[in-house]
Write a protein that binds this ligand. Structure first.
Ligand code: AP5
Length: 219
């Protein structure tokens, strides 16, 4: 089972991808996390990626495609996976089709998450994440139990460098220009289900369950 989660920054892709992974018992591959890992390793590839990420630009295709190929090579493909944040343009969509064809797999569902620009800006400026285990919090709507410390592993939470207002607005613009058009490609194949990014957190699980059930992906 292959599920893609697409949507503007801060629409809640990561939150939903994680829930789908749990509901379907499949691994979650997060392109942004793969890039942040490459940055923290300090290798040339990661440093190059960071320049683009800090500006809210897409990292060059050849770099993200090769990082994803490496990750998929190490992944147990038997039950499929959820992919969060890839593809983000036509070239990446074509590369993904090829990777899946090579493995005899195909996309079952593309979840398109939609949210208003102002909601996104407000949300991302209050997001905090754990640099160690990747858990994500929102200081008002999903706060950690202890002040700015991760509930899962106790590490000190951080604010991402690209969660500044001017960079968030630029990321939204890049999404509209580069990523939105590829939704049409998946609509033509009948794979897209749209979901509001502005549901209260406790309703998301319920709605995802319904979508996955209707698509025959869970019982
Ligand atoms: P990436 O890390 O993928 O960032 P993004 O797409 O900008 O998305 P975010 O992670 O910011 O948000 P999200 O939609 O996952 O929301 P979340 O669930 O965290 O990419 C970063 C950068 O890497 C890109 O800008 C680019 O430079 C590069 N990159 C990545 N992939 C690439 C690719 N394929 N090609 C080229 N470059 C690439 O939720 C946000 C917050 O809201 C959290 O605090 C959460 O707790 C809260 N929240 C979520 N849902 C709700 C709700 N319903 N109510 C209240 N709060 C909520």
């Amino acid at each position: 089972m292959i599920v893609l989660v697409l949507g503007p920054p801060g629409s809640g892709k990561g939150t939903r991808a994680k829930m789908i992974g749990q509901l379907c018992h499949i691994p979650v591959v997060v392109m942004g996390d793969i890039l942040r890992e490459a940055v923290s390793e300090g290798e040339e590839m990661g440093l190059r990626a960071k320049e683009f990420m800090d500006r809210g630009e897409l990292v060059p295709d050849e770099l993200v495609i090769s990082l994803l190929e490496n990750r998929l090579r190490r992944l147990d493909f038997s039950r499929g996976f959820v992919l969060d944040g890839f593809p983000r343009n036509l070239r990446q969509a074509e590369a993904l089709d090829q990777m899946l064809r090579d493995r005899g797999a195909e996309i079952d569902l593309v979840l398109s998450v939609v949210a208003r620009d102002d909601a996104i800006v407000e949300r991302l400026s209050l997001r905090r994440s754990c640099p160690r285990c990747g858990a994500v919090y929102h200081l008002r709507d999903k706060p950690p139990r202890r002040d700015e410390a991760c509930d899962e592993c106790g590490s000190r939470l951080i604010q991402r460098d690209d969660d500044r207002e001017e960079v968030i607005r630029h990321r939204i613009m890049v999404y509209n220009r580069e990523t939105k058009p590829i939704l049409e490609r998946y609509m033509e194949r009948g794979k897209v289900v749209e979901m509001s990014g502005e549901l209260p957190i406790d309703k998301i699980h319920e709605e995802l369950r319904y979508i996955l059930f209707k698509k025959g992906l869970i019982q």
